[in-house]
Design a protein around this ligand. Structure first.
Ligand code: DAH
Length: 350
């Protein structure tokens, strides 16, 4: 039997497989219920001498494994081959299957990340269920601060008996991630934080109870307002085209001082005036400012040594301007007639 197996090993080495038919013949010959390997196994069962059995078992196993491996490899090779038969008409239209598309908010979020990555910003993440400290207090917005009223908050009931536990809420802004990062890292810090936020707002064409923001933060020695402005100018030109103009208006946020709101020349009318820009030629896209020294100190970063800038923008707003979408609700309804329009031309054929 030992010689027989040795002969089979040689025979196996000389096997040739050119197509699926010969692959099937191979399977029948070697690996089927009546194939060589199985017949050997049956014979093997009748052997009584333990030491002979041990040795032969090894050889049969070797043969079986080699046959199986050879079969698997050939099958893989053949599966990857495209069968072009002479009678195939290569000019016929392919059977194309639609691949689906990315959500417009995903497309724009990726673009924003790409633009800031090019100038050294890295992505940071934080939880959507936040505590009061990270969402408000550390951002220089203590209880009773009027700025809290502007962000109608969804609070989460404390289900534990621990009354000392800080109130939990759905974060109202991605600015909370600033705090989490600054508490745990040393400057230089250069991050962008895309994420979902929630506010208890009546749903309309311009407002929703959930939406998406990207927060940006840069903290280092000697960071100035000029750095902020040039960073944002770079961003708007990359995002909306090189002719886009930017202007800053003084504003107020508890966590930045000074603070500004940023407008860009209207992407729809190019600044001439239209209903989207309410005939002003300008549309607001984000809030920003120099990080308030108190916020740095709250996070254990010396405000004597370091300065920083921060900004926050709504991804929906940017997407609406970029794609001329006039109703925020469209982003959340998953109507394929809307989503289909953002499909790129990648199609896959069967
Ligand atoms: N968190 C602000 C909001 O949700 C947006 C914002 C404004 C973020 C100014 C900032 C900033 O970092 O500096 O309205």
């Amino acid at each position: 039997m030992k010689d027989k197996i040795a002969n089979y090993l040689v025979e196996l080495q000389n096997e040739q497989i050119a197509d699926k038919q010969s692959l099937e013949q191979f399977r029948l010959k070697w690996l089927s219920k009546k194939g060589i390997v199985q017949v050997l196994m049956d014979e093997f069962k009748n052997i009584t001498d333990i030491s002979v059995k041990k040795e032969l078992g090894k050889h049969i196993n070797e043969l079986k494994q080699k046959a199986q491996l050879f079969f698997d490899e050939k099958r893989k090779e053949l599966d990857n081959q495209i069968d072009i038969k002479v009678e195939d008409d290569l000019t016929l239209e392919l059977n194309l299957v639609e691949q689906g598309s990315l959500h417009p908010l995903t497309i724009v979020r990726k673009q924003i990340i790409d633009i800031f990555s090019k100038i050294g910003f890295v992505v940071s993440d934080g939880p959507e269920i936040e505590d009061d400290w990270h969402n408000f207090t550390a951002l220089n917005t203590p209880p009773d601060h009027p700025a809290r009223d502007m962000q109608d908050t969804f609070y989460i009931e404390n289900t534990t008996d621990d009354i000392t536990e800080s109130p939990k809420m759905l974060r109202t802004q991605t600015s909370s991630v600033q705090i989490r990062v600054m508490e745990n890292a040393e400057p230089p810090i250069r991050i962008i934080c895309p994420g979902r936020v929630y506010r208890n707002e009546t749903i309309s064409a311009r407002a929703h109870c959930q939406f998406h923001q990207v927060e940006g933060l840069y903290v280092d020695e000697d960071v100035s307002f000029a750095d902020l402005k040039s960073t944002l100018l770079y961003f708007v030109k990359e995002m909306f085209g090189k002719d886009t103009q930017l202007r800053m208006r003084p504003s107020y946020f508890p966590f930045t001082e000074p603070s500004a709101e940023v407008d860009i020349s209207c992407t729809i009318c190019g600044g001439k005036g239209c209903p989207v820009c309410k005939h002003t030629g300008w549309v607001e896209i984000l809030g920003c400012g120099m990080v308030d020294p108190k916020v740095l100190d709250n996070c254990g970063i010396s405000s004597r040594k370091y300065t920083g800038f921060a900004f926050g923008m709504g991804i929906e707003r940017i997407t609406m301007l970029k794609y001329r979408i006039n109703d925020l609700r469209l982003f959340f309804e998953n109507d394929v007639r809307f989503l289909k329009q953002f499909k790129d031309e990648r199609l896959v054929s069967f």
